[in-house]
Design a protein around this ligand. Structure first.
Ligand code: 6PG
Length: 474
């Protein structure tokens, strides 16, 4: 047995991760439930076969790895992971480490930690981001579990991770569910980022009547500025592509119903459970859900007519310049919310999440990678307990500068019937967050009126009631 590590599940992500590990010089044993796939994988692993041990049974896999054995599970999240853990438990020895590198719900990860406790088998819940390419050539790796378990696999995981200025984008973030929680929030932010990009695409397509190629060029230009990021870059490439079948722009022949596998929704659910506003992520998840109601939308458009009104072409260049700033400000809002959710979870679950490290390992490898995350990392380095990114010094000046553009874009969108739910939610969040005296005094009065819930006064402590009289005020 000469393999250093094992991997179960040779889907696209699993295969690429295995090739990445083999390529970095770490002999790996691989196993897939359907054995033919293992054979195919091995055949195609040209140049790397000497570092790959294909196994046809789980027992073979375990026997092929030098103990103590780290074994990565890369199957579909959910039941399949529990099945693999159950099967492995019968074959593993104390000290072996099961690594779940799929998109697990962190609550499942917490349960699995609890179930394995006392068995001597160690467990790591690891978030891996970067899609197929990332898995093959350098993903971002978010690790949760016992620090000692991490240290034992650290050499392999840092070797296969993406690097930003030579720093590996892999880190231990905290115990048990910390890694998968951070991955979930990564995906929530990913949803918000993608939605905001789609919203401004809509403003340009429907409001300004621009074609995909033209819009793609705008994104291409933006990629040279503060918006520079992987998602902006691929958006530009996507908009430039033509459908080989019809010759039409590719995006024009794609149905406008977005899929979702659940991670964005989990991010929103967890935010709500902790009472942290994450309206940008929420708007993005809701927009995907609404997008999938195609027939209903069709019927509603027939009932009301399309809301869209063309924007005066004379305003085009100024508006496009505003959109760049607006998108940047709105993106800051979404990231601020995402980090605030992680901060709350860190307190709630006692993880002590290192926020600057989270931002640092997202700078390369992952789907939301960008230079901008370096600015976030610096903000948390300057102030580790920053309650919200919006109040860090660097962000105050960036957001203040972009604020007028954000207002103009949201206003223009509203008057021209262009839905920008995530971007407008960012503006509303920003306006409410930076307003020292809001309007919840009225809500408190209403609550007291109908339910005698009591309220605090501005001029003194204690619970008070209003002069509502009657039986309803109790
Ligand atoms: C990543 C991605 C990835 C995720 C897809 C699909 O970080 O590499 O987040 O893990 O599976 O983006 O997510 P949806 O199918 O829900 O869009």
């Amino acid at each position: 047995s000469h393999a250093e590590i094992g991997l179960i599940g040779l889907g696209v992500m699993g295969s690429n991760l295995a090739l990445n590990i083999a390529e970095k010089g770490h002999p790996i044993a691989v196993y897939n439930r359907t054995a033919s796939r293992t054979g195919l994988f091995f055949e195609n692993a040209e140049g790397l076969r000497e570092n790959i041990v294909p196994c046809t049974t789980l027992a073979d896999l375990v026997a092929a790895i030098r103990p103590p054995r780290p074994i990565i599970i890369m199957t579909q999240a959910g039941k399949a992971v529990d099945e693999q853990i159950a099967a492995l438990r019968k074959l593993l020895s104390p000290g072996d480490i099961i690594i779940d590198a799929g998109n697990a719900n962190f609550r499942d990860t917490m349960r699995r930690f609890a179930e394995l406790e006392g068995s001597g088998i160690e467990f790591l819940g690891v978030g891996v981001s970067g899609g197929e390419e990332g898995a093959r050539h350098g993903p971002s790796i978010m690790v949760g579990g016992a620090k000692e378990s991490w240290h034992r696999v650290e050499p392999v995981l840092t070797a296969i991770a993406a690097a930003y200025n030579g720093e590996p984008c892999a880190a231990w973030l905290g115990p048990d569910g910390a890694g998968h929680f951070v991955k979930t929030l990564h995906n929530g932010i990913e949803y918000a980022d993608m939605q905001m990009i789609a919203e401004v695409y809509g403003v340009m397509r429907d409001g300004l009547g621009m074609g995909p190629k033209e819009i793609g060029q705008v994104f291409g230009r933006w990629n040279e500025g503060p918006l520079n990021s992987y998602l902006i870059e691929i958006t530009s490439a996507v908009l430039a592509a033509d459908d080989p079948q019809t010759g039409r722009p590719m995006v024009d022949v794609i149905v406008d119903s977005a899929g979702q596998k659940g991670t964005g929704r989990w991010a929103v659910i967890e935010a709500q459970m902790m009472g942290v506003p994450a309206t940008g992520i929420e708007a993005a998840v809701a927009a995907r859900s609404l997008s999938s109601m195609r027939q209903e939308r069709d019927a509603a458009e027939r009932a009301y007519g399309s809301p869209v009104k063309p924007i005066d072409p004379a305003d085009r260049d100024a508006l496009i310049a505003d959109i760049e700033q607006a998108l940047f400000a709105a993106k800051i809002g979404a990231y601020a919310q995402g980090f605030a959710v992680m901060r709350a979870a860190s307190q709630e679950f006692g993880w002590d999440l290192p926020m600057a490290t989270v931002a640092r390992i997202w700078r390369a490898g992952c789907i939301i990678r960008s230079q901008f995350l370096d600015t976030i990392a610096s903000a948390f380095e300057a102030k580790a307990d920053l309650p919200n990114l919006l109040v860090s010094r660097a962000f105050v000046s960036m957001v203040s500068k972009a604020e007028p553009s954000l207002r103009r874009v949201v206003a223009t969108a509203a008057t021209h019937g262009l839905a920008v739910p995530a971007i407008s939610s960012a503006l509303a969040y920003f306006d409410a967050y930076r307003l020292a005296r809001g309007t919840a005094n009225l809500i408190q009065a209403q609550r007291d009126f109908f339910g005698a819930h009591g309220f605090e006064r501005i001029d003194g402590p204690g619970a008070h009631h209003g002069p509502w009289g009657g039986h309803m005020a109790g």
